[in-house]
Design a protein around this ligand. Structure first.
Ligand code: HEC
Ligand code: HEC
Length: 214
């Protein structure tokens, strides 16, 4: 599936239309993306609600919210659990039996749901904001904003996930998983390299800041 799903990105078709008023419009055609069915995804998600919430916003902070996430990113993560590029005893068991179509449908369904806003810890917000928006110059840590965006919405075309509002405990866990390499779903080791450079205090601060992003 990895090949079929992700080679489709190559076929992303951008058309540039120059109008008489000198405005440029970037037209994006999604015909090459595999089509997910939100309706079928909803039915298939019956087994996921216990952990990821009835509306895709989970209650347990160790279980990530999936609501509003970019579908291609979500589908890629399900494939990563199936292939072992992400290790989690619960998720590996759930992903093992999913077909490519299941992953795409589930991802389409979760992507269609609104994500809940959460707050940041006021004591951590200054350090978290500094890292997220400016990186850490002395340690070559890039600003998270460069890929995850000013409000944490990410970028669906580059497979940069939406991070805003995510439970800080999950974010701490997943940054630590990148740091020790048990999560290696990131191409070019982009997140593994960054996470290894962060101290525990810095991880906690940036995770809290992300949780509060609106
Ligand atoms: C028993 C609880 C449980 C169930 C049921 C469950 N999950 Fe998960 N899920 C988790 C946990 C815990 C994680 C975080 C794993 C980690 O830290 O890597 C996770 C992570 C994920 C992620 C990664 C999110 C991200 O932001 O990268 C996706 C996608 C996901 N689950 C989808 C599903 C789908 C779809 C189903 C149903 C087929 C499902 N899960 C069922 C517990 C569960
Ligand atoms: C060069 C681009 C880039 C930069 C800079 C970057 N990220 Fe990422 N980030 C990614 C990509 C790509 C992924 C998805 C990788 C994968 O599929 O596992 C990701 C994934 C993540 C995830 C996992 C989200 C989830 O739902 O599981 C977190 C958390 C995260 N990044 C936090 C950060 C933080 C904090 C910073 C700044 C210190 C940062 N990122 C900087 C590209 C970037």
């Amino acid at each position: 599936m990895a090949n079929k799903l992700f080679s489709s990105i190559k076929f992303l078709f951008y058309g540039l239309l120059v109008c008489s008023s000198q405005w440029l419009f970037l037209l994006y055609s999604d015909i090459a993306f595999p089509q997910g069915s939100i309706e079928n995804g909803k039915t298939k998600a019956a087994v996921c609600v216990a952990c990821h919430g009835v509306d895709g916003n989970s209650i347990n902070p160790e279980w990530p919210s999936l609501a509003g996430q970019h579908p291609l990113y979500t589908a890629k993560q399900l494939k990563s659990f199936q292939d072992g590029q992400r290790q989690n005893i619960l998720m590996n068991a759930f992903a093992i039996s999913l077909t490519e179509q299941d992953m795409i449908d589930l991802a389409a369904y979760y992507g269609s749901l609104p994500n809940i806003q959460r707050g940041a810890d006021p004591e951590l917000v200054d350090l978290g904001q500094k890292i997220y928006r400016g990186g850490i110059f002395e340690k070559n840590v890039p600003a998270c904003i460069a890929c995850h965006g000013p409000s944490g919405k990410g970028n669906p075309f580059s497979l940069y996930p939406k991070v805003k509002g995510q439970h800080s405990i999950y974010t701490i866990n997943t940054l630590n998983a990148y740091a020790i390499g048990t999560r290696y779903s990131d191409s070019n080791e982009v997140m593994r390299t960054i996470a290894k450079l962060l101290s525990q205090e810095e991880i906690e601060a940036v995770a809290s800041y992300i949780q509060g992003l609106k």
